[in-house]
Write a protein that binds this ligand. Structure first.
Ligand SMILES: Cc1cc2nc3c(=O)[nH]c(=O)nc-3n(C[C@H](O)[C@H](O)[C@H](O)COP(=O)(O)OP(=O)(O)OC[C@H]3O[C@@H](n4cnc5c(N)ncnc54)[C@H](O)[C@@H]3O)c2cc1C
Length: 319
């Protein structure tokens, strides 16, 4: 469509329907602010897309809930509050214009008075190993997300990665697979000590200080050719399935048209979640301030603060 076709004019556009955006939506409609939530993928954020089966232990009132279920509850609450997120509606550009902020998507253009950026690190994609043979087995024997843990039952599995995500997933797979090995390029996992202990107790094998060199597909499974990170010894590890959890590729390029103060890839905010651009507020994983921690609880708390600030901003604008 051309952008002249439709211009929608809610007061507030929230970009992203993860924990931050969904919470902001609930608070905004509660305050009577005419709001849209624009979500480039599926609602639920990282919980739904990156770790749906991982239990979340640190969200109040929901100890051990699988992240995907927590995300569904948040989406349901937003829908029931009257602010159903528009899914598959990627925001491609934002511009400050004379009478507000122009928000561009491939479906429509919105002219709004205020924006809350709640887009995490953008439409993230899992980071690939970028080694020979990887693309040929992607989605067949090599995965970046566990869609269905039962699909891993009784298999011999390798998990590549050493952070919390990889460790949590290895622990989950240890309950399903016949054998789990973690391969990590550093000499120690970066995951929480409690998780590392649990991995040891569950009998997960650890190959630390090893890099994946290339991957070979075969009728029996898949072979990972690994070498010592210092370039010495080489080995072949045979398995049936591989899970790669080495982080995500961020994409926040669509924010470049706004005059935002950045802290590396993040957006600087003050204690009221105001950015350096007039009418633009931000919350959740996207933001940076001293002491920021990237958690669901902080994202939802910042969302409430951002909406309070939007309310004050709109009140001033109206008078
Ligand atoms: C493996 C893993 C395990 C974790 N475990 C925990 C845990 O146990 N407890 C905990 O508290 N935290 C955990 N976290 C961190 C937690 O998930 C994040 O802090 C939280 O998701 C941040 O929420 P958010 O709403 O800011 O961002 P996100 O969850 O990233 O949501 C942002 C949303 O914005 C959308 N979006 C991005 N760009 C655009 C665009 N251009 N247009 C429209 N929409 C867009 C995205 O599709 C996404 O849905 C974990 C993270 C990972 C990766």
């Amino acid at each position: 469509m051309t952008h002249d076709d439709a211009v929608l004019e809610p007061e507030l556009a929230i970009i992203g329907a993860g924990p931050a955006g969904l919470t902001a939506g609930v608070f905004a409609v509660d305050k009577g602010i005419d709001t849209v939530i624009l979500e480039g993928g599926r609602a639920g954020g990282q919980l739904a897309t990156l770790y749906p089966h991982k239990p979340v232990y640190n969200y109040p009132g929901n100890s051990g809930i699988p992240a995907g279920s927590l995300a569904k509850r948040m989406v349901r609450q937003a829908v029931e509050s009257g602010v159903a997120p528009s899914e598959e509606c990627e925001v491609s550009g934002l511009r400050i214009v004379e009478n507000g902020i122009s928000v561009e998507t491939d479906r429509a253009r919105y002219l709004v008075s205020a924006v809350i950026l709640a887009c995490g690190m953008g439409l993230v994609l899992p980071r690939r190993l970028e080694v020979d043979g990887e693309r040929e087995v992607e989605g067949k024997k090599l995965f970046y997300v566990i869609d269905d843990p039962d699909g891993w039952n009784e298999t011999k599995v390798v998990v590549v990665g050493g952070g919390d995500g990889a460790a949590d997933n290895a622990l989950l797979l240890a309950r399903h697979a016949a054998e789990v090995t973690i391969i990590h390029r550093r000499e120690a996992l970066r995951a929480q000590e409690r998780t590392v202990e649990a991995l040891r107790s569950a009998g997960v094998r650890m190959l630390l200080g090893w890099d994946v060199g290339h991957i070979v597909d075969s009728t029996d499974g898949i072979s990972l050719h690994v070498k010592r990170a210092d370039g010495g010894e080489e080995r072949r590890i045979d398995c049936l399935r591989v899970l790669v959890n080495i982080g995500v590729r961020a994409n926040t390029d669509f924010l470049r048209t706004l005059p935002l103060e950045r802290v590396k890839a993040r957006v600087a905010v003050d204690t009221e979640m105001r950015t350096s651009a007039d009418g633009v507020f931000a919350c959740g994983d996207l933001v940076a301030y001293p002491g920021k921690s990237r958690l669901i609880v902080t994202a939802v708390g910042e969302a409430a603060t951002a909406v309070n600030s939007v309310e004050r901003y709109l009140r001033k604008r109206r008078h």
